[in-house]
Design a protein around this ligand. Structure first.
Ligand code: ZN
Length: 217
């Protein structure tokens, strides 16, 4: 999970909320297609086109606007930009395992969710070279990590396999590099590329490179 630094509320959303009057209070369901697409696009840019929870590469076609605090439980938060994220999977699909926002659905527990809006969110998880995600062993973080992995399905076979592939792809390149070059590579993985995108699963890849190649963590 990669920390998301929220930007200012997009103009579309601000204007939409400002259109409220005595008789009409805007709700999320009232957002029109173009407004929704623009907000979705803003969220993707803010996150560098990776899923807010699992870190896979996403775009408008294979992701949705996710409410961190679910609308059913926190209706007052449904148009709060700081509660909106972009999560992978557009909707439930036949034969496709659910994970991330679609699996999380109406779950939210302030004490047990690891939120990508917390700057230390990546410290809650460990990764193995074969792509598995594990909870940290740090005691005050472990329960939230275990619960979040479970509630979001972050350890399902599909995501493990995707992470494994992403890790393998980079490791072959790392083996022949000097330590200074490896550090440069890590810097690059944590920066947006020229298209404004992060490398999918960059947090897991960085973790593995640091652990096995420069002895950190
Ligand atoms: Zn995801």
């Amino acid at each position: 999970m990669k920390y998301i630094k929220k930007r200012d509320e997009p103009e579309d959303l601000a204007n939409f909320k400002a259109s409220a009057n005595e008789d009409w209070k805007p709700t999320y369901n009232d957002l029109r297609g173009t407004e929704k697409t623009n907000i979705h696009q803003n969220l993707l840019q803010e996150q560098g086109y990776i899923c807010c929870y699992c870190g896979m590469g996403i775009d408008t076609g294979n992701s949705h606007i996710e409410h961190l605090k679910p609308r059913s439980v926190f209706p007052e938060e449904e148009l709060n930009y700081n509660n909106l994220l972009a999560s992978c999977q557009r909707e439930r699909e036949k034969n496709e395992p659910v994970h991330c926002g679609v699996k999380k659905a109406d779950w939210y527990d302030e004490n047990l969710i690891v939120s990508p809006l917390e700057s230390d969110c990546s410290d809650f998880f460990l990764y193995t070279g074969s792509g598995e995600i594990l909870p940290t062993n740090v005691l005050d973080k472990k329960e939230a990590a275990v619960t979040t992995i479970d509630k979001l399905g972050l350890d399902i076979d599909k995501l493990n396999a995707m992470r494994r592939q992403a890790i393998n792809g980079i490791l072959e390149a790392v083996e022949n590099l000097e330590e200074s070059e490896i550090k440069q590579l890590i810097d690059g993985l944590n920066k947006l590329d020229y298209q404004g995108k992060y490398t999918p699963f960059c947090v897991a890849i960085t973790y593995i490179i640091k652990k096995y190649f420069i002895g950190e963590k």
